[in-house]
Each structure stands twice: as C-alpha cells, then as structure tokens.
Design a protein around this ligand. Structure first.
Ligand SMILES: CC(C)(COP(=O)(O)OP(=O)(O)OC[C@H]1O[C@@H](n2cnc3c(N)ncnc32)[C@H](O)[C@@H]1OP(=O)(O)O)[C@@H](O)C(=O)NCCC(=O)NCCS
Length: 161
C-alpha cells in the first residue's frame, strides 16, 4: 500500500534511499529538504514487512515569479531487490494524483525520458540549473507552461547535490 511517510519511517526511508542510489547524497538531500520545510510530501510503498519504495515531491520556484504552483519529483527510490516489479510506477502515479489534489500546476524531474515518458512527462526546454535532455515536465494544469519564459529553480537543498 502507498501512504504518506511518517516521522517513525524516517530511518527506514533514509536507508532505503541509500541502498537504491548507493550513496548518501540523495538521503542527505531529503534530510535537508525536510529541515528547510521544502517538502510538499513524501510517499512510501509499504509491504507487510518493510517499506520498499519512496517518492519525494519538493517545492520549486520560478524566476521571474509566476502564479504557478510547481513541484520537483526527487528522489524516486525502490529497494534493489524489489525493483522492476512496478513499485516505482505505482509511486509515480500516486505522486501525480496527490499533486493534482494539492492543486499543483506542474511537476518537474530529472531522469531517463524513456522511463518518465510513460507517465506523460515531456522533455522541457525551460531554463534550469541542470539544463539537460533529462529535464522533464508534466503539466497538471493544461498548457500552463506553454507561455512561460521563467527559469525553474529547485529548492536550496539541491545546490549541495
Ligand atoms: C528507477 C526506479 C525508481 C524504478 O523503480 P522500479 O520499481 O524498479 O520501476 P518499475 O518496476 O515501475 O519499472 C521498471 C522499468 O523501469 C525502467 N527502469 C528502471 N530503472 C531505470 C533507470 N534507472 N533508468 C531508466 N529506466 C529504468 C526499466 O525499463 C524497467 O523495466 P524492466 O522491468 O524491463 O527492467 C528504481 O529502479 C530505483 O530506485 N533505481 C535506483 C535509484 C534511481 O535511479 N532513481 C531514479 C532517479 S531519476
């Protein structure tokens, strides 16, 4: 089942992120996002025995400012032994549904377009600090990004990634 992450999950979630990525950068990122109060939400996929997956959506900004409410999906992590079983996809769909419920206008992420294309993310040409072919956006409010000229800014915690 997928549910919101709770305080009591934190250690297990940090260990999960560490084992998915093989280094501490991503778990440190989530810790800093929490300290900075820059999280929109964190969801976990829980089996009867353990937490197997996690997805985090954090606050983003645009410069110059717009009236759009936007979030960054990162990190998405699934325990190595539980990968390729659809857990990542279920977490992504739940994150998209929750973001719609919270009235976010768009989500952004950095990742393989072959994977995230299946959730309708599209490579974005908006300016950002990573500016790569891996920077993608999903409009939750139809066409909300069409006329945007602003730069998309990740939360401060990403600067140390
Ligand atoms: C990426 C990740 C979250 C996907 O979760 P998952 O539960 O394994 O994914 P799903 O079961 O929904 O989908 C599996 C498919 O995703 C694709 N996929 C998995 N990992 C991928 C990756 N790192 N890059 C591109 N495609 C990937 C493959 O096509 C895979 O198909 P397969 O089952 O034929 O191998 C998970 O593999 C993971 O935690 N990886 C390590 C951390 C990471 O790289 N996170 C993403 C950062 S953008």
């Amino acid at each position: 089942m997928i549910r919101e992450s709770q305080e009591s999950d934190l250690e297990e979630v940090f260990n999960l992120i560490y084992s998915a990525f093989g280094n501490k950068a991503e778990s440190d990122l989530v810790k800093q996002l929490m300290l900075d109060k820059d999280l929109f939400f964190s969801l976990v996929y829980e089996s009867p025995d353990a937490i197997l997956g996690n997805v985090v959506v954090s606050k983003m900004a645009m410069k110059p400012v717009t009236n759009l409410l936007i979030g960054g999906v990162a990190p998405l992590s699934v325990l190595p032994k539980s990968q390729s079983a659809g857990i990542g996809a279920q977490l992504m769909r739940a994150a998209i549904t929750k973001s719609r419920g919270m009235k976010l206008d768009a989500l952004f992420l950095l990742g393989d377009p072959n994977y995230y294309g299946r959730f309708n993310f599209k490579v974005s040409n908006l300016a950002n600090d990573y500016s790569s072919e891996y920077f993608q956006a999903l409009e939750l409010t139809k066409d909300c990004l069409v006329d945007v000229k602003s730069k998309v800014i990740y939360a401060n915690a990403f600067a140390s990634l």
